[in-house]
Design a protein around this ligand. Structure first.
Ligand SMILES: NC(=O)c1ccc[n+]([C@@H]2O[C@H](COP(=O)([O-])OP(=O)(O)OC[C@H]3O[C@@H](n4cnc5c(N)ncnc54)[C@H](O)[C@@H]3O)[C@@H](O)[C@H]2O)c1
Length: 449
């Protein structure tokens, strides 16, 4: 098929590459000139495992190209299907900003002959109904087909999704989607667009709920007689629950859950529908982002304003360079507001970018320089370089008495045992009944699982 994909962000570029790999002829449409140049030059504009290589291979087949606009490419050789994967960022009040979707749909509606339009961006329930009302011709050739990929495994998720949700008004459109995606070994949920829109938001709200639940458990397990790791391990072993999204820490800070939970709550409020559970999930998450600041206030007291704090990691996850809602964006300003001196180290982000993201903080090129002379360390990304570091060496660089706040609950407590520092995390991770701080040199006994 001849396919266009409007918007070459994480979802769009993944989709364009995967569809070309499948054998379709794909044009990735991108309005940002820098991003377009990068794509045309074979450089993936986002960091995603395998994407760079697959982009090169797809370009090499001649089945993938990129263009700044839709209409000229369509005139040359009409598209049969146009996927819309543009952004739906949060507006100031938390609602989804639908301006990119509206504009893209308008562009598709003008094409003749008319292609099928497949909206994949995450939008509030009722959006397809409302926006296609302005383009009635589109309705029989329209699907709302939300994307469920995860950053870090985007290509695999695209090619082998857990389910396809197809929201259509005209059943034949489902056949078009089946031809587009080929044989997929997953269930299909075929429904109306509004239900499909809600299904995407509800799925993300549930994932967010699991994370806030884990963080609430961590708050309940903050004393030395409890061990949060073992509690969550036991909880997740229940096959009805599972371990995914049960990791305590600084809360959800990826590019989707913060904005989608806020947008769903905003959508419900605009209809006068109460969302007490969702509101609590969002509140817990907001408070959780203050874990580092609040812990350092407690541990360093009046010293915090004069203390140097080394922030390790700018990203939410090592495998994604998407920092739109990463906890670092909250934690660093919070520490600067306490008048602490803040250094930021992130092995995959260059100094210029760190300086742009965190005005007032000092970018550091290596881990050892970052911690040298610091009273506190805040771990915000589970970088292997930090998790696997020789902490006995790093401890010698710290200014005593030092505190390490593990915002990802990713450090291995046994590696820190006996070192002259106080370790803090979301909930207590030391063996139950051990001293809350093992900076006293007490021998560490690995917890039995
Ligand atoms: N990022 C994820 O992991 C993920 C996962 C599932 C669903 N989603 C949803 O998918 C949608 C896209 O997410 P994303 O992270 O890829 O977005 P993004 O903001 O990273 O990328 C969107 C791209 O679309 C381009 N664009 C916007 N309007 C355009 C137009 N008219 N013509 C050409 N280009 C245009 C922008 O320049 C940008 O490069 C969002 O609704 C998001 O919520 C994202």
């Amino acid at each position: 098929m001849r396919v266009a994909v409007i918007g070459q962000g994480y979802v769009g570029v993944t989709g364009a590459v995967a569809l070309a790999r499948q054998g379709h002829h794909v044009t990735g449409v991108e309005k940002d000139p820098a991003r377009l140049r990068s794509l045309a030059g074979g450089r993936a504009p986002v960091c995603e495992p395998g994407l760079q290589q697959e982009l090169g291979l797809a370009l090499g087949t001649g089945r993938l190209s990129f263009a700044p606009g839709l209409s000229r490419a369509h005139v040359a050789e009409p598209f049969e299907v146009v996927l819309i994967t543009v952004g739906t960022p949060p507006a100031e009040d938390g609602a989804a900003d639908l301006s990119q979707v509206k504009a893209a749909l308008g562009e598709v509606a003008e094409l003749l002959p008319a292609p099928y339009a497949v909206l994949k961006s995450t939008v509030p329930p009722g959006t397809s109904e409302r926006l296609t009302a302005e383009h009635p011709r589109l309705r029989d050739r329209y699907a709302y087909n939300p994307e469920f990929l995860n950053q870090g495994s985007a290509l695999d998720d695209w090619s082998a999704p857990s389910r396809v949700v197809a929201g259509v008004w005209a059943p034949p459109v489902v056949d078009v989607l089946r031809a587009l995606y080929g044989a997929l070994a997953c269930p299909w949920v075929v429904t109306a667009p509004t239900t499909a829109e809600m299904a995407k938001y509800a799925g993300n709200a549930f994932l967010a709920t699991k994370i806030s639940f884990a963080n609430e458990c961590a708050r309940l397990c903050a004393t030395p007689d409890l061990n949060i790791d073992q509690v969550m391990q036991a909880v997740g072993l229940d096959p009805r629950i599972g371990h995914a999204f049960l990791q305590p820490g600084l809360g959800f800070g990826d590019s989707c859950l913060p904005k989608d939970t806020a947008a769903l709550a905003r959508w419900a409020a605009s209809r006068g529908l109460p969302t007490p559970l969702l509101d609590a999930v969002i509140d817990v998450n907001r408070d959780q982002a203050a874990l580092v600041r609040d812990t350092l206030r407690r541990e360093l007291g009046a010293d915090l304003p004069r203390s140097e704090v080394a922030v390790l990691g700018a990203r939410y996850e090592p495998w994604s360079d998407d920092v739109r809602a990463a906890p670092s964006r909250t934690v660093v300003p919070q520490l600067l507001a306490e008048a602490a001196g803040v250094r930021v180290w992130d092995p995959a982000t260059d100094a210029d970018e760190l300086a742009r993201l965190f005005p007032g903080a000092r970018p550091c090129a290596d881990l050892r320089t970052a911690v040298r002379g610091a009273r506190a360390v805040a771990v915000l990304t589970e970088w292997p370089e930090a998790v696997e570091a020789d902490w006995s060496l790093l401890a010698t660089e710290l200014a005593a008495p030092a505190v390490v706040v593990d915002g990802k609950n990713c450090l291995l407590p046994e590696r820190l045992a006996g070192l002259p520092l106080t370790y803090r995390s979301a909930g207590n991770r030391l063996p139950a009944r051990a001293a809350a701080s093992f900076g006293d040199g007490a021998p560490y006994a690995a917890p039995s699982t």
